[in-house]
Design a protein around this ligand. Structure first.
Ligand SMILES: N[C@@H](CCC(=O)N[C@@H](CS)C(=O)NCC(=O)O)C(=O)O
Length: 218
């Protein structure tokens, strides 16, 4: 039985899948791939041309959320979802809040604009435009996340779930772009990220990113 995670580890969606594999103690191959300069035949593996794709022996699975759910069904220990419908709805909503809400803003407007494009020989960062997103758009996401954290260590049911791994994965890209929620304004979110990024799974994922993208790292 072999698993391969396909896609560059600088993608928060790829990182989320790797975090799930790490938390479950599963070994996997990593096939680094840039979706913007894909190898021939990539669409056969990823019909939408996106990363991550995931190979389990002969089966290919697409989309980080589908992949994580698939892996969780195969390896339910520790469970990253819930059998309780209400709890599960909350878990998957937080996952979607990051994947479909925060990352589509933070990815292109902050991480790509400040880090990725200049590194790939593209436009120099428009710092005024980036700062405006940091000051005006990101706080709305941070406020909501702050409001959803109770007194426990995790977002839902006081145990680790895909919600926590997705939030923690998304914020690695922001840290690589020099953005970290201030503890004074977002104390719970800030403490949550400290805890999550100190987990062995995230330490391992963060190390190469920090070494490679060290210009803005916070
Ligand atoms: N909903 C997808 C989103 C994946 C996604 O948008 N990945 C980006 C990289 S961060 C990508 O492959 N972009 C290439 C493109 O859209 O052409 C998932 O969760 O896997």
């Amino acid at each position: 039985m072999s698993y391969t995670v396909i896609g560059s580890g600088i993608s928060p969606f790829v990182r989320k899948v790797m975090a799930v594999m790490g938390e479950k103690g599963l070994d996997f191959e990593h096939e680094d791939l840039n979706p913007f300069a894909p190898p021939e035949g990539f669409r056969e593996v990823s019909p939408l041309g996106r990363i991550p794709a995931f190979r389990h022996d002969d089966l290919v699975v697409n989309d980080s959320s589908v992949i994580c759910r698939y892996v969780d069904r195969l390896h339910p220990d520790p469970p990253l979802y819930s059998d309780d419908p209400a709890e599960s709805a909350r878990i998957e909503w937080i996952e979607e809040f990051i994947d479909g809400g925060m990352v589509p803003v933070a990815g292109p407007k902050v991480f790509a604009a400040r880090v990725l494009q200049p590194m790939m020989g593209g436009a120099e960062p428009d710092e005024a435009a980036i700062q405006k997103v940091i000051d005006e758009e990101l706080p709305v996401f941070f406020d909501y996340l702050e409001s959803q954290l109770g007194d426990g260590d995790f977002f839902v049911g006081n145990k680790l779930s895909i919600a926590d791994l997705t939030v923690a994965s998304g914020f690695v890209s922001l840290r690589a772009a020099g953005v970290k929620p201030e503890a004074a304004r977002w104390p719970k979110l800030s403490a949550f990220l400290e805890r999550m990024h100190a987990r062995p799974t995230f330490v391992k994922l963060i190390e190469p990113i920090k070494a490679f993208l060290n210009k803005y790292w916070v």
